[in-house]
Design a protein around this ligand. Structure first.
Ligand code: TYD
Ligand code: MG
Length: 457
């Protein structure tokens, strides 16, 4: 007998025996997800939210937390320093990690490399490929070199087979590439549909916890984050790592969106090379070296988690024929850019309402922090009047948040940002300190200090 299933609305939780395009409960479209009902035997496992399994359950005995045994977490080092750091020090045995990212970003490359290193360190590993044939995976491993070729692989999309393999092999670490390609027989949805992805991840989680197999799930996210897959897994897994960057650019960042065993502030920077992903440990020096020092270029002292990172913010301002003019933001938030433009117009004397404005963070890095405001504003001002802001051949460095009334606001870790800038000879740094309290003062200081003196607006 096939397992009984029920359709549950992922918005309101309304249950229904059959699928509806529109939830009869809350009226939302496309939210009904197929779920397996718990088996009626006591102790039967299942993911449904109904009350069926409860009838004959025995009460559990609560234990005071201090009596709970918590062995120190021994972690598996993947040998990829940046990955280990983002994970909080390595892979925790029996944990479930989700690595999400756009196709082609390098998820298979990094997980393959990590498994190779783990195998070389004497851990048992397994690579489950639902996407590529073993031959394709082998070609990648050949490119990667090292121990990537020693990783055992199964090419399989049937969830039952994968779980049976895990039970039989009991590897320390297993990569499932990707969670969207596995198929759970009991459910009708196509592989990759919300119901399937949830079922697959839920079952794999149980194996991970029971058998102490650390499972790394690879998940595709489209550019808009549209694909339902990985999003619905975030609450289920222990860690969610996001692999970002543009496919055409070489720099990639790996950040933790959720981490039950560490901080979510860490970011790893990688570069995609001919022979695999290479960690960029001295990212700041890279970006400062590459900074153009021309008009519209400012070095931002950013914080990526606990690590200061110097990145170049570039701006271009050009007369526009369009109404409304173009506003293009790469690597910074569009709304943040709109705010900076408004403050610049209202309190800085730079009205760019009839110009196209482009702002981008060089290298394809993303900075998502208010501390980027001042650097964006200075880059725009510099681009608007064609003045390069650096002195003595060095680019200008800045950080600070802009308030709506044109004041400069303090941001966290000022000392670390300053120290990082000093390391690369970028002094003085324009920041919300005693001498610049407003955007106008900062603009004046930047432009007066620049090599070519031009009257600020
Ligand atoms: P891949 O890891 O397959 O991406 P994903 O699994 O996220 O879809 O590889 C991404 C791209 O990286 C692919 O277009 C080829 C390129 N690449 C290199 O440039 N160098 C390499 O050594 C490897 C293995 C891949
Ligand atoms: Mg892949």
């Amino acid at each position: 007998m096939p397992p009984k299933t029920v359709f549950v609305c992922s918005q309101c939780g309304n249950e229904s025996p059959k699928w509806h395009g529109r939830c009869p409960g809350c009226g939302e479209w496309n939210t009904m997800v197929e779920e397996r009902l718990p088996e009626p035997v006591p102790g039967g496992s299942g993911g449904g939210g109904s009350s069926l399994g409860r009838r004959s359950a025995k009460a559990a005995r609560p234990v005071p937390l201090e009596q709970v045994e918590a062995p120190a977490l021994a972690r598996f080092q993947t040998g990829i320093g940046e990955l280990d750091r983002v994970l909080g020090g390595g892979i925790v045995p029996g944990s479930l990690v989700l690595i999400g990212g756009a196709p082609g970003i390098g998820k298979s490359t990094i997980t393959g490399g990590a498994l190779g290193n783990l195998a070389a360190a004497g851990h048992s590993v397994l690579y489950v490929s639902g996407e590529e044939s073993p031959a394709q995976v082998r070609l990648r491993a050949e490119r990667l070199g090292g121990h990537a070729l020693s990783v055992p692989i199964v090419a399989e999309t049937d969830l039952e087979t994968v779980i049976a393999t895990l039970e039989a092999e009991r590897p320390d670490v297993c990569v499932v590439d990707s969670v969207q390609t596995l198929y759970a027989g009991g459910l009708t949805g196509a592989p990759g549909s919300v119901g399937q992805v949830r079922e697959v991840a839920g079952r794999l989680m149980r194996v991970a916890k029971e058998r102490q197999v650390a499972v790394i799930l690879v998940g595709h996210v489209t550019k808009e984050g549209a694909l339902a897959g990985p999003r619905v897994l975030e609450h289920l897994v222990d860690c969610v790592l996001q692999f970002e960057g543009e496919r055409e650019r070489t720099y990639r960042t790996l950040r933790a969106l959720k981490n039950r065993f560490g901080s979510t502030n860490e970011v790893g920077v990688f570069e995609m090379r001919e022979r695999g992903l290479v960690e960029v440990e001295d990212a700041s020096s890279r970006f400062v070296e590459e900074a153009t020092r021309g008009p519209g270029s400012v070095v931002l002292c950013a914080m990526e988690g606990s690590r200061p990172l110097l990145v170049e913010v570039q701006a271009l301002v050009a007369p526009s024929e369009l109404v409304p003019p173009r506003r293009v933001a790469n690597g910074v938030d569009r709304n943040r850019l709109a705010l900076v433009l408004a403050v610049l117009a209202r309190h800085g004397g730079f009205a760019l309402g009839s110009s196209d404005v482009f702002v981008s963070v060089a290298g394809g890095v993303r900075v998502d922090e208010p501390g980027a405001d001042l650097a964006i504003a200075l880059a725009l001002a510099s681009a608007a009047n064609g003045v390069p802001l650096g002195t003595g051949g060095r680019p200008l460095a800045a950080f600070g948040e802009l308030g709506l009334s044109g004041e400069l606001r303090y941001v966290a870790h000022a000392d670390r940002r300053l120290a990082e800038a000093a390391k690369f000879g970028l002094e003085p740094v324009l920041s919300p300190d005693g001498s610049a309290r407003t955007l106008r003062q900062a603009l004046r200081r930047a432009i007066d200090g620049a090599e070519r003196l031009v009257d600020a607006a």
